[in-house]
Design a protein around this ligand. Sequence first.
Ligand SMILES: Cc1cc2nc3c(=O)[nH]c(=O)nc-3n(C[C@H](O)[C@H](O)[C@H](O)COP(=O)(O)OP(=O)(O)OC[C@H]3O[C@@H](n4cnc5c(N)ncnc54)[C@H](O)[C@@H]3O)c2cc1C
Length: 279
Amino acid sequence: MAQKTALIVYAHQSAGSFNAAVRDVAMQELVEQGYKVIVSDLYAMKFKANATQDDIIGDLKNPELFQYGEETMHAWLEDRLSDDIKAEQHKVKEAELIIFQFPLYWFSVPAIMKGWMDRVLTQGFAFSLQKMYNNGVFKDKKAMLSFTTGATQTMFQPDGINGDINITLWPLQNGTLHFCGFQVLAPQIFWSPVHSTPAVRTAMLDGWRARLKGLLAERPLTFAPCELFDLSFQGKFLLRPKVKEEQESQPYGLTTGHHLGKPLPPDNQVSAQASGGRK
Ligand SMILES: Cc1cc2nc3c(=O)[nH]c(=O)nc-3n(C[C@H](O)[C@H](O)[C@H](O)COP(=O)(O)OP(=O)(O)OC[C@H]3O[C@@H](n4cnc5c(N)ncnc54)[C@H](O)[C@@H]3O)c2cc1C
């Protein structure tokens, strides 16, 4: 059987960081499971974070009005994307599993990792209007966020100072990963390693190692499938009236994003069990 490949897209500046330790645990564990593990160490690679004309080799289709999405789609079709983008796209194609490993920056990924998403997940390669969400290009691949925070877990509760972590995760997990079709595994969150004792930090790494042993067998998070929506410009990509009607009697919204004006379904973006499908 062909060897399986995992890609770790990693963004931390320091080899002695907790993020580096988390990455190393994943590498060791996945190699032990027989995986080929590729790491894109974005700072070490000095990965270019900004989406510019330099990403396209050769003439632009419309030099008067530069449109990054359009130009990169054509460049992808004609094999004219810059070498660094092509190299990352090759890794994505090869991988069955992608882990994004990063410290939470401003409720999101660090800019260098956002740049990886902006530049690597180009139209055509990663998505199209016909191929998105559960019908997306990468529907046979798994992806997950693994990240550290400065904040404690209680700060990210619905009644905590930062608000509900499920809302923080929705744009990355639904808007980027699931939009491109990935089956999104529940995130691995390392709450506030900076403010934890060495023993707690060691326990966090042990917990991660234990989870990795069964990671690929995990059920992914559940999102609202495209089939619930009228995917036409006349239908405005809205929830089908019948589905909306069915949802009226439900106590919670459909997902974190499709809340339908109701209380958010608890833990919808952090637990596969809680995200559990249509209620
Ligand atoms: C621009 C910016 C924006 C930010 N925005 C947010 C935000 O929106 N929300 C939020 O919550 N936080 C935010 N933060 C904080 C940030 O998320 C944390 O600082 C980061 O997650 C900590 O992870 P680290 O890997 O850098 O920790 P480190 O400081 O590298 O590590 C923590 C501790 O773990 C120790 N350690 C390293 N290796 C091991 C090991 N093998 N075993 C045990 N211990 C080990 C280290 O020595 C250190 O004592 C932000 C920070 C920045 C700079």
